[in-house]
Design a protein around this ligand. Structure first.
Ligand SMILES: *Cc1c(COP(=O)(O)O)cnc(C)c1O
Length: 364
């Protein structure tokens, strides 16, 4: 970075902060990647150089997440919301039914989209608990013949995270893991499909990661667009059409950074330390409030409320003066929300905690 560069502590929910070493490396390689005299952006996606980048990116992700051999990794476009349609187009036959678990804002988006393509059974909902917890599997009402079961494993707005994986037997489990994938180890073998938009923990917006078990390929409906047919893209190595090449390159740099940090077990320890520091401060005095059941509190997205909404603006203004930005809660929820993805260092969280204490002394 140049001497003039001033970086803030960015708590955005997404697009979110990226690891600074990744940005520095991208900057250093921007004009001339490895002596080729061009940017990765300017390369043919089918050339040897970009092919090597794509292969390394995929191999590093397989290593990081310990992805079993019978799973394909797809690098697609359209974000998680496109997957909400692409999943039923690939897995839900005409006249079929799919089970969904309603844990809040993003689960509801998935449910509404799936209803365009078939019957949706909401097998469980946290509505009665104001979306402050994950419904226990003992209380679910699954349908007899669901083509798959869909869960949203981290509700980015509500701040509710699953720390267990449901047992759906032979029915494939599909997860929107957009806002916590790669924040900790995950047993991929328990899922049929995992998808995530990149702009939280993976890289820049414009790239979608899909992990799909091989036996689920080849079931797409006739009307499924070819670029979104998992089997077509798996066969083509995600290059049926031009992929988001620069996004894949940045995701690859992010995976290298994660491996250098010690992998997902190490990043999980760091994420626990960050989340613990923040929730401890929220719970310390009763001035701040987080309504989520303790066992289901997200380590990535931490919403909290001040005792009076009129304090929101002064809290945000003082935070901004200290270089703490993007703390305003989602408009659907209000209050504050701080997203503390992998790229947020503990120092940023501690700076926020310090401001929370000072603000409480001023207004408590
Ligand atoms: C951010 C987010 C989305 C939206 O993804 P897009 O990439 O904007 O389509 C969907 N689901 C979850 C859980 C998210 O966090």
């Amino acid at each position: 970075m140049t001497a003039m560069t001033r970086r803030v502590w960015n708590f955005s929910a997404g697009p979110a902060a990226m690891p600074e070493p990744v940005l520095q490396r991208a900057q250093a390689e921007l004009l001339d990647w490895h002596g080729r005299g061009m940017s990765v952006m300017e390369m043919s996606h089918r050339g040897a150089d970009f092919t090597s980048i794509a292969h390394k990116t995929e191999a590093d992700l397989r290593t990081l997440l310990a992805v079993p051999a019978q799973y394909k990794l797809l690098f697609l476009q359209g974000g998680a919301l496109a997957q909400n349609a692409i999943v039923p187009l690939n897995l839900l036959p005409a006249g079929g039914v799919a089970d969904y678990v309603d844990t809040g804002h993003w689960a509801q988006k998935s449910i509404a989209e799936a209803r365009k393509y078939g019957e949706v059974n909401v097998a469980a909902s946290a509505a009665d608990a104001q979306y402050t917890c994950v419904p226990a599997q003992a209380d679910w009402r699954p349908s007899a013949s669901a083509s798959y079961v869909h869960v949203t494993t981290n509700e980015t707005i509500g701040g509710v995270e699953w720390f267990w994986i449901p047992d759906t037997g032979a029915t494939p489990l599909v997860a929107d893991a957009s806002s916590h994938l790669l924040s900790r180890p995950l047993d991929v073998s328990r899922f049929g499909v995992i998808y995530a938009g990149a702009q939280k923990n993976i890289g820049p917006a414009g790239l979608t990661l899909v992990i799909v078990r091989e036996d689920l390929l080849g079931r797409a409906r006739r009307e499924c667009p070819s670029v979104f047919d998992y089997a077509v893209q798996a066969k083509a190595g995600s290059m049926y059409n031009t992929p988001a090449t620069f996004g894949i390159y940045l995701a690859g740099l992010t995976f290298e950074w994660l491996i250098a940090q010690g992998g997902l077990a190490a990043i999980e320890r760091a994420n626990i330390a960050k989340a613990d520091a923040l929730y401890a401060e929220i719970d310390r005095s009763g001035f701040y409030r987080n309504p989520v059941r303790r066992s289901d509190r997200s380590r990535m997205n931490v919403p909290f409320f001040l005792p009076d909404d009129r304090l929101n603006e002064p809290f945000l203004a003082g935070a901004a003066q200290r270089g703490l930005v993007q703390l305003k809660g989602h408009r659907a929820v209000g209050g504050m929300r701080d997203s503390i993805y992998n790229a947020m260092p503990l120092a940023g969280v501690l700076a926020l905690v310090e401001w929370m204490r000072e603000f409480e002394r001023q207004h408590g």
